[in-house]
Design a protein around this ligand. Structure first.
Ligand SMILES: Cc1ncc(COP(=O)(O)O)c(C=O)c1O
Length: 419
């Protein structure tokens, strides 16, 4: 037993964060994936950590009977960053999956309908319902559940393929969406959910015209439009939410957030919605640890730090630098193509999932953490540094990426036989 305890201490004690850096024993890596895309400040941030320590010494749990005013306080903090008309919060989740489910429930109760429209290659969570509506069939191979009236639509094809005629592809998808809705569904649709930029699907940046047409479709058919900003929220794309920046044409009825909202990885998740969608009774969607004092503290302080450290400006200021540096790598390396992204949310393609996996391993050996897509089944690689990163950090990331791909492309690299 004692051995087991010592083992655990050694296992977890091996890791230590320091801003964007992760120490794994003697190895130091810069994390260009911000953990699981949930560390806008990297692994540590002294101001936030101190607030968390103070709070854990007071209490780590309060029942929801006490926390509602604090949730309202956070809504006030967020209000300047919300699209017009979104003025309510539901803060009873500790994960993105939970918050997405809550948003679907709101749409179902409000419309009296059931179905969810979602996109190919989308990712909305881990629970049965959110996995079902996500656009990756392989995740459902061994499980079954169905939300009556739901269907999925293609993500504009040329965008997934990284090709040119995005507007043409968008028009086709919208026509097909009308057809699916009119001929291929019972009309029993409550909501359409989409990520403004598909994260797990491969950092898929959709054309602005697509957002506008989706908005028009939802208005035409009185369907609730949910922006899943679990990845894009809290500054990732250079505005607080993508729905008030690049994707403002979406004009969502509901925004779901999680991941980065906890600053240094404290689990939290929430729903922001129009007043008319504030329809749930507490017993219809709640979790024991939703809005616990640690996640409330993390949320409150994360918003304040983003403001005080002018992190949105930091991301906006460095966006072009990061994009140009990645485009330079694309020029130099035949294994890199399709550089795309916004803010600190970039991605590019490699020729295959196997090459992406090799690149991720080699990068780790160079002291760089990057992540792949679609649970290793995609060929994209994502570069999403913490929002606190400045130019020297970006240079470090780019140099390590350069070394990684130089190594991969070496004539005598074992992978060359497979290419
Ligand atoms: C867009 C999106 N929505 C929802 C989720 C689910 O969030 P969680 O893993 O916190 O349940 C994720 C997680 O990766 C996500 O990327």
């Amino acid at each position: 037993m004692k051995n087991n305890r010592d083992n655990f201490a050694a296992m977890i004690g091996r890791f230590k964060g320091d801003g964007p850096y992760l120490h794994d024993g003697d190895r130091v890596m810069i994390d260009a994936a911000s953990g699981t895309f949930n560390l806008p400040f990297g692994y540590t941030h002294p101001r936030l950590i101190n607030k968390l320590k103070e709070q854990i010494e007071r209490c780590a749990h309060l029942s929801s009977a006490y926390t509602k005013p604090m949730a309202e306080n956070i809504l006030l903090q967020l209000q300047p960053y919300l699209p017009t008309g979104i003025n309510r919060i539901w803060l009873r989740d500790v994960s993105g999956s939970g918050a997405v489910e809550g948003a679907i429930r709101m749409a179902q109760k409000y419309t009296g309908r059931s179905g969810v429209i979602s996109l190919f290659a989308s990712h909305h969570g881990q629970s049965l319902a959110t996995a079902t509506i996500s656009g990756n069939a392989f995740r459902l191979a061994n499980f079954s559940t169905h939300i009556e009236g739901s269907f999925k639509i293609p993500t504009p094809g040329s965008v997934l393929a990284g090709a040119a005629d995005a507007d043409g592809a968008t028009a086709n998808v919208i026509d097909e969406l009308e057809d699916f809705f009119c001929y291929g569904s019972s009309g029993n649709v409550a909501c359409l959910i989409m990520e403004p930029i598909q994260g797990n699907g491969g950092n898929v940046v959709l054309p602005v015209g697509f957002y506008r047409q989706i908005r028009e479709f939802c208005t035409r058919h009185d369907i609730v439009l949910i922006a899943d900003e679990v990845q894009t929220g809290f500054g990732r794309t250079g505005t607080f939410f993508a729905s008030t920046g690049y994707a403002n044409a979406l004009e969502p009825d509901i925004i779901v957030f999680a991941k980065g909202a906890g600053g240094v990885g404290i689990p939290t998740g929430g729903i922001l919605m129009k007043e008319k969608l504030d329809v749930l009774a507490a017993y219809e969607h709640s979790n024991t640890s939703g809005a616990n004092p640690l996640s409330l503290t993390a949320l409150h302080e994360t918003i304040a730090i983003i403001e005080d450290e002018r992190l949105l400006e930091n991301v906006q200021h460095h966006e072009a630098y990061l994009r140009d540096a990645l485009l330079d790598l694309q020029e130099k390396h035949p294994l890199i193509s399709g550089v795309r992204g916004l803010g600190y949310m970039f991605g590019f393609d490699t020729p295959s999932p196997a090459i992406a996996a090799q690149a991720i391993d080699l990068a780790a050996q160079q002291g760089l953490i990057i992540r792949g897509s679609r649970y290793g089944k995609g060929s994209a690689i994502k570069v999403r540094p913490p929002l606190t990163c400045t130019r020297p950090h970006l240079d470090d990331i780019i140099q390590k990426l350069d070394r990684t791909f130089t190594e991969l492309e070496r004539a005598d690299h074992p992978l060359q036989e497979a290419i």
